[in-house]
Design a protein around this ligand. Sequence first.
Ligand SMILES: [Cu+2]
Length: 200
Amino acid sequence: MADYLPWLASASRRRFLQFSGGGLAIAALGFAMESRVEAASAAPIKLDMEIVTGKMIHRPGWPQYEPGDIKLPANRLVEVTVRCLDDGNAQIPGGYNKVSGTIGDTMRLIEGTPKTFAANAGKVVHEVPVKKVAHTFTVNGEKFFMNVPIPEESIVVYRFKTPAPGKYAWQCMAACGTGAGGWAGPMMTDGWMQGFITVT
Ligand SMILES: [Cu+2]
């Protein structure tokens, strides 16, 4: 080590060597602090969404996700809370009652729409009964797939990791719109039952 420290006088070199034991502790402390900073930056980004009925916003037949268009940073953990004020169910294609693409392919389901609730409220589920589904939040991309069924009058909390930068379309897969099949109106309109997640 001395060879690498020609600028140290021998007396101070001894002091340096004595000090280097403490240096290890300082290095460990620095590492611990760095880990803490990393843990803090890894805390999930919180995103609150609400689903209102068309009646609530004076546009009958037009339920809406608020917000419908979302911007998020890439490769980050996001915790989404969806408050569904809609009390009606809608038909879904087979399989869309299952949770997938979220962390653990699960979500937390709270019945009702309380203003506040404990972090461990409700229960962790992989799916919900088909007949209970009012809406879904579905991203059907090749590189980014996610399906979250949202039951009527409930709060759903789930976490997911954002993908690489890009613009990803999402769509509600429950036929909650207008028209004979329920697939018109809000189901075809950006910012209502479909929209974009812009990842930067
Ligand atoms: Cu919908």
